[in-house]
Design a protein around this ligand. Structure first.
Ligand code: GUN
Length: 281
């Protein structure tokens, strides 16, 4: 079994991006900037944002975190986003999710300029991706896609099963696999007999948030299994895939941690630099 090393792959991407940023600095005397808006004090969100900031600084990007208390009103957030949209020193804007209930996620995402939408969540980018046009691609599915392509160059005709239909992961993942001519089945909490769907798959992407849902006898021999899950349990952090069982069957599998997570962050940096280049040109 091949252990898909997302940590190593992400480090290689970051190394390339670091060189790219240094080249941009030299040629244009400018640095791409990532601004993250963090609302409230949810511990996981604070950890993710800190990790994003650290990675951004390491590749030489300008990084800014704007923190608001839970009680901030929606208008203030929307006004700040509009201000950032006009700010030439900001290449990418990310509003960390989830948001407090009184703030409308749709309005927030819709206010971010599609050209600075490093998450790829704005309806313009979602539409472009699903139409097969050039688009900013959400970071986690992009990271999964790059890992799959690393181990399987030709995906044409492969059967892929995506578990989870979220806008963050499942839906954009499906679009990326379709673009590669996979036959994609998108499954979710109401899917009947998920096991038999998984057993048909050459590629499984599990992004559903249920600890160790995908078992060893759900997986076809020689399949590629990508685990997007990060679930806190009594035995620590586990993915959506029962790692020990599945590793005995699959051809290749991502670990948790050290699989998809580092790729998400590397892809965020990549998207930020691409946004800078697009705006600059
Ligand atoms: N919360 C969990 N994952 C993500 C992500 O990819 N982007 C944003 N903005 N918030 C998240």
């Amino acid at each position: 079994m091949i252990l898909i090393d997302g940590k190593k792959e992400a480090a290689e991407i970051r190394e390339k991006l670091k060189k790219e940023v240094s080249q941009i600095k030299k040629e244009k005397n400018q640095v791409p900037g990532l601004t993250v808006i963090l609302i409230g004090d949810l511990a996981p969100s604070q950890i993710y944002v800190r990790m994003k900031e650290k990675a951004a600084i390491e590749v030489g990007l300008k990084s800014e975190i704007i923190k608001y208390p839970d009680s901030i009103d929606e208008k203030s957030v929307l006004d700040k986003i509009s201000e950032l949209n006009k700010d030439n020193s900001v290449s990418g804007i990310l509003v960390q999710l989830p948001l407090p209930k009184h703030i409308d996620k749709k309005k927030v995402i819709g206010t971010i300029s599609p050209n600075k939408d490093v998450d790829g969540f704005h309806p313009h980018n979602v539409g472009n991706l699903s139409s097969g046009y050039e688009s900013i691609v959400p970071c986690t599915p992009l990271g999964c896609y790059l890992l799959i392509k690393k181990y399987e160059k030709n995906l044409s005709g492969k059967k892929a099963v995506v578990i989870g239909r979220s806008n963050l992961n499942g839906k954009p993942m499906t679009q990326l696999l379709l673009k590669e001519n996979c036959t994609v089945t998108i499954t979710h909490s109401k899917t009947k007999d998920l096991k038999s769907e998984c057993l048909k798959a050459d590629i499984i992407v599990a992004a559903v948030g249920i600890p160790e849902l995908v078992k060893g006898d759900w997986v076809k021999k020689d399949s590629i299994v990508i685990d997007v899950g990060i679930n806190k349990t009594d035995k620590g952090i586990v993915g959506d895939v029962a790692f020990d069982e599945v590793s005995k069957v699959a051809k290749a599998l991502t670990p948790v941690p050290g699989g998809v997570g580092p790729m998400t962050i590397a892809c965020l940096l990549k998207n930020t630099i691409n946004c800078f280049k697009k705006i600059y040109n």
